[in-house]
Structures are given as C-alpha cells and as structure tokens.
Ligand binder design. Structure first.
Ligand code: ATP
Ligand code: MG
Length: 467
C-alpha cells in the first residue's frame, strides 16, 4: 500500500497514485496508478459508503488525467459535476447523450440475456442473426429482428435443414419477449448514429472526463442494464488497441450493481465476462465492480480484482455470517487488525482497503476513513444538468449536429460548429450558475436603500405641498 506522510489535495497533480483516505493513525492510503488496470472491487451493505467511495475514486482518477465511466444508478452521482468535468449519457436520450447500437452488433449472447431467453430460444435467436448475416440483411433495430423472425417462420423447413432445428414456439417466445423489451424502452438502444467507444476516452485541461450513464430508468429493467454495461465493456475490449501495462490506465470503468449482470447468468456469459475482464487489462482499462457482497461476483472474476475496498457488512443470518468470514479471508492479514470484527463494526465511510504493492502483491489490509469527495454528495439540479449537456454542442455526433443545424437555420439561429472532440470543463460552467443567487441577494441592500430614498422624497414633496 502506498503511504504518503501527507494527503495531497485534489488540486495538486498526483503523478503516481490516487488517494483513498487515511488510517486511524493518520497515514494516507492510496492506489498506485500503474496497478489501477489490475481491476478492483467495492463492496458493503446498503448505505455504508460504496457510491461515495466510487465518487472519490472517480474524482481522483480524473485529477490524475484518467477518464472514467460509471453508471449513475440512483441518480446520486451527478454531484461529481460540481468539481470535475462530466459528460452525461442516457440510453433514452433524455438526460444525456444517447448510446445506440444495432441488433447485429449487440450479438446473440447479450441479446438473449436482454430478451430473457432460455438456451433453446437463445439458439433460435443465434440462427436468426446468422441467417440475416448470410443473407446480407443488416438488422438495425428490434423491428428488423421481428421481420427476420417472421421470415424465418415462413421458411422454417428450409432454415432447419441449413442451420439446425428451429421451433415455432421458440420464435413465438422471442417475438413476445421483444414486446416486453420494447415496453421497457429497450428499442431506444438500437438505431443510428452508432456509439463510438472512443467518446469515453476524453480529457479536459489535463483532467479525465467522468462519463456518467444516467441509469435510474434503466434499472427498472435490471437485465437490460446489466447487459448494456457489459456490452460497453466488450466494446472497449474489441475496439481498443493492445497497450500492455501503462503508467496509468486509459480508462477506469466502474460496474455498479454488478450482481445484476451475474445473477442467474448462463455459464457461457459468465465465461465471457471472465475472459473480457482478464484481457481488457492489457488494453489499459481498469474495471471496478461495485456490489453489496464479494459473494455476488463469480470466483473466476473475483480472483482478478486486485484492489479491494470493503465497507461494513451486516450479519444477521448464518448465510450473512459466512459471507463476513469469506470477505475477511479475502484480505492479506494485518496483525494490527481483526478483520472479521472490523467489517461488522465500521461506520459509514469507513472501509477495509487493500491495493496492489509495487511488486503486484496485495498489501496487508488497512482500516481507512475514506476521504470525502471534492464534489457535492447527491444529485445536481435538472437545470444544471441541462446546462452541462447544452455546453457540449461541439461533441454532438455528426448526424445529430446536422439535424440540429437544420432546426437552428430554420429559426435563424447560429449553427453549431463541427465536432472538435473537445469537452468543456463542467465545474467552470456550474460555478457562475451557482453564484447567481448570491449575486441576486447582493442587490438587496441597494434595493432597500432605493425604496427608502423614494419614500423620503415622496414624503418631503407631500409636506411641501401641504405647507
Ligand atoms: N467517505 C464519506 N465521507 C463523508 N460522508 C460519507 C462517506 N461515505 C458515505 N457518506 C455518507 O453516507 C451516505 C450514504 O453513502 P452511499 O450512498 O455512498 O452508500 P452506498 O453504500 O452507496 O448505499 P447504497 O447501497 O444504498 O447505494 C452518503 O450520502 C454520505 O452522506
Ligand atoms: Mg450506492
């Protein structure tokens, strides 16, 4: 564990480590940047400080010039924007930049999970996608998929001969489940322009942009959420070049509510996650899973998470007591700390922390008070969010920009410049806005003085009139 005698402030550039907090004896505890791609895990019972630790780490990574991706599951992370450059994303396109892809790009495995299909139905979907590919029939949205299924039903015998058995009942189930996915808003994920993953890798004035995916509506469809976040990770894996171990990661990817991806996941999906997590490391991406208990994460993935932040756990049932023991055993022991006791008694914002040491070995566990994030805890207002979204016109994808320019031209407004790839530092934009009410109040004494003068002169005039 890297220990500094003094905690550097967020304002100072931290060259080699991101600070997490301090121990009871005042020693600073940090995560070395060059091991940040060895992945991590943030766990703890509800309300113990996981999201706040995520915010702290995201701000620190940003300050060190590392872009971050995180899903804002409860809408409470947007406060980061008060201290750090933030870009909002939203599958539904209402509260941030849209994220879109095609049915074909999403692929049969992830689409099956989204559509809640069993193995046989997933096989039928895989055949539908393969047939469309062979026929050079590009499937963009769910409607295209629906038509592909209708066509497959019409030519079922022919399809069975060429690709294997396809039953009418599987086709019918997929069609029904497409309706459910549409009711959850899932069709918004499919369309143009396609999402470019490099949009997540931006920096502003040397600070990494924190990409926040607005996900509270998405959480109503937990499987859709889990698959979407995993798809983004697979896109990073597929599109980024191999870079090996760098001085600092190219991106840190937080996977909040990770149990939603793993719960009831078929074996081949779990194997795929294990593989992607293992290989994405050499693309310079650090993945940090955030969930209540380490038991939520499959062993094959858990073994790859080198940096651990364990907040307090509750242990009311025998099963929970077993989880506490398992969580304690996962740390390299420190004679000064009774981990099992500490994990039950820690307060909000406290955590047991172990990061990778210089030789890549986990440090002995430390009990740490996680430093309070620099940005606001809790959400910013809708108005502030709109302003942040509005100050990024230069980043609008080309098609969207052209559309907006046509609208603007029709209203005689200036057009939006072409994409420069530069984001704007949001905290600079928010500062004057947050100053505005103060400015309004500073007018009050002048206003009161003006009214008094007016009343006095009216009184004098009236007296002069009477006499
Ligand atoms: N390091 C900290 N410094 C100061 N306050 C903190 C810290 N950690 C947590 N808190 C306080 O505790 C509250 C709850 O923390 P947080 O939302 O991070 O918990 P959580 O584990 O993410 O909960 P949930 O499981 O419900 O999402 C925060 O809103 C904040 O007020
Ligand atoms: Mg939380």
């Amino acid at each position: 564990m890297t220990a500094h005698s003094e905690l550097p402030s967020l304002a100072t550039e931290i060259a080699d480590a991101v600070d997490i907090g301090v121990t009871a004896s005042g020693e600073a505890v940090a995560l070395p940047l060059r091991f940040a791609n060895r992945h991590g895990l943030i766990t703890g019972a509800t309300g113990t400080g996981k999201s706040t630790s995520l915010q702290r780490l995201a701000e620190e990574f940003s300050a060190a010039g590392v872009p971050v991706f995180a899903a804002d599951v409860k809408g409470d992370l947007s406060g980061i924007a008060t201290a750090t450059p933030v870009k909002f994303w939203d599958v539904f396109g209402a509260k941030g930049y849209p994220i879109k892809t095609s049915v074909q790009e999403m692929g049969a495995v992830l689409l099956s999970r989204m559509l809640n299909l069993n193995e046989t139905q997933a096989g039928t979907l895989a055949i539908a996608l393969k047939k469309a590919e062979d026929d050079q029939n590009y499937l963009l949205g769910l409607d295209d998929l629906r038509w592909a299924l209708v066509e497959m039903q019409d030519k079922r015998e022919e399809v069975c001969q060429k690709y294997g058995n396809v039953t009418a009942s599987s086709i019918a189930t997929i069609q029904r489940n497409i309706l459910t996915l549409e009711a959850q808003g899932g069709e918004k994920l499919f369309g143009e322009p396609p999402f470019d993953i490099t949009g997540l890798l931006q920096t502003v004035d040397g600070r990494g942009t924190v990409n926040l995916l607005h996900a509270d509506q998405l959480m109503e469809a937990p499987k859709l959420y889990g698959v979407l976040i995993y798809w983004l990770l697979t896109e990073l894996f597929r599109k980024l070049p191999e870079v090996g171990d760098l001085d600092k990661p190219k991106l840190v990817f937080f996977f909040d509510e990770a149990h939603l991806l793993f719960r009831d996941a078929p074996k081949h999906l779990l194997e795929s996650v294990e593989r992607v997590v293992r290989l994405v490391r050499s693309k310079g991406v650090g993945v940090y899973f955030v969930t209540q208990s380490p038991a939520d994460v499959p062993d094959g993935v858990l073994a790859q998470l080198g940096n651990r932040i364990q907040h307090a756990l509750r242990a009311y049932t025998p099963k929970e007591q077993r989880f506490v023991k398992a969580a304690a055993r996962a740390f390299r022991p420190n004679p000064a700390i009774d981990v099992e006791k500490a994990v039950l008694e820690m307060g909000v914002g406290e955590a047991l922390v172990s990061t990778l040491l210089a030789d890549g070995v986990p440090s002995p566990v430390e009990r740490v008070k996680v430093a309070k994030p620099a940005g606001q805890l809790g959400p910013i207002s809708d108005l502030e969010r709109e302003i942040i979204n509005g100050v990024l016109p230069a980043e609008l994808p080309d098609q969207a920009r052209q559309f907006e320019n046509r609208q603007r031209a029709a209203r005689g407004l200036d057009t939006v410049p072409a994409a420069t790839g530069e984001a704007v530092s949001m905290d600079k934009v928010l500062a004057p806005l947050r100053g505005a009410p103060t400015a309004r109040w500073s007018m009050l004494p002048r206003l009161v003085f003006g009214v008094i003068c007016l009343v006095a002169s009216a009184g004098m005039l009236w007296q002069a009139g009477v006499s």
